[in-house]
Write a protein that binds this ligand. Structure first.
Ligand code: PMV
Length: 317
């Protein structure tokens, strides 16, 4: 008899960035990272275990997705056919971490539908195989991703730093473009590693930045956290723009948004920016400042959405 389970997960935004793999097949990171799980956007995934043949429906359209099949194979190499029905309530593949919420929801639903009772750590390891950053979306709030030491990657997973109730910050997401990104993160990371002269200094800064961000989270010190977040963002984009050929994920609106964040700070509003492998600008601030930040960003953006800290991936009944 086929068994169905449904899960929800939210994207996470890295405050200290993951950029670089020490093992591409296993998605093992070259640097540690630290993120915030968001409460607004979500992926909803329904998995039916034990159907005739594999089927993936994404946003109402049938698709072929080898990564999903591979993660299901890792869960059970002798598995039956599996039907996956998934949708996002936000743009996909545009630097909004849709793969993170996607694989986090997939592993939670698939483990339940297949009758496996896996620990959060084991689920995080499995999600990592689909998309590295997905290992952080298993947990809510502030989450670190430890690099791990084992060759098989079983100790490289998300680690909770502080849950979603710890600190009521806001992440104001300003959409600069809804186009799908031209160069995916795996290819972009490889190009940065292979050609950027800044790569060694990028690798050297990871541990320090995560340690500092972790302490800033525990101390609820926004200025310290925002400062390390911006430093990590611009160092990562430094490896991208100094690659050959250069990787420039920014659009004109992204630059206008960054300047607006600096102008907010000059006016005494605590706001710090981060960007991923896409044009969107995400701004960290206190809840009390979120409306002022959103208002300042709005003229430069297609849309502005304010997020709080969100929960980890979970089953819905
Ligand atoms: O896990 P991926 O392949 O989606 O890579 C994510 C890379 C960044 O978003 C740029 C940084 C991060 O830590 O999320």
């Amino acid at each position: 008899m086929p068994v169905t389970a449904t899960a929800l997960a939210h994207p996470n935004i890295a405050l200290v960035k993951y950029w670089g793999k020490r093992d591409v097949a296993l998605n093992l990171p070259a640097v540690p990272s630290l993120s915030l799980t968001l409460d607004g956007y979500r992926t909803r995934t329904e998995v039916t275990w034990g159907v005739e043949q594999d089927e993936v429906v994404f946003g109402g359209q049938p698709v072929v997705d080898r990564k999903i099949a591979r993660v299901l194979d890792l869960l059970d190499p002798d598995r039956p056919g599996v039907r996956v029905v998934t949708d996002n309530d936000f743009p996909t593949g545009a630097g909004l971490a849709s793969s993170a919420s996607g694989f986090a929801a997939l592993v939670v639903a698939a483990a339940a539908a297949s009758g496996r009772d896996l620990s959060l750590e084991a689920l995080s390891v499995l999600a990592r195989r689909g998309s590295g950053s997905a290992c952080r979306s298993l947990y809510g709030g502030f989450v670190a991703w430890r690099m791990g030491e084992r060759a098989d990657g079983t100790d490289s997973h998300g680690v909770p730093v502080a849950d979603e109730g710890h600190w009521d910050v806001r992440m104001v997401v300003a959409l600069a473009s809804e186009a799908r990104k031209a160069v995916g993160s795996t290819e972009g990371m490889a190009r940065s590693r292979d050609t950027s002269p800044l790569w060694p200094s990028w690798l050297a800064g990871g541990e320090r930045d995560v340690a500092e961000a972790r302490q800033a989270v525990l101390d609820r010190d926004l200025e310290r956290l925002g400062t390390v977040m911006e430093r990590s963002t611009f160092a990562m984009h430094g490896t991208m723009t100094s690659a050959t050929p250069p990787l420039l994920y920014w659009q004109p609106a992204s630059v206008a948004l960054l300047h607006e964040v600096f102008a907010l700070r000059a006016r005494g509003i605590g706001a710090w920016a981060t960007m991923d492998a896409g044009p969107q600008v995400k701004v960290l601030c206190l809840r009390a400042d979120a409306d002022a930040v959103a208002e300042a960003l709005a003229p430069h953006a297609l849309r502005v959405v304010v997020h709080g800290p969100g929960p980890g991936a979970r089953l819905v009944t």
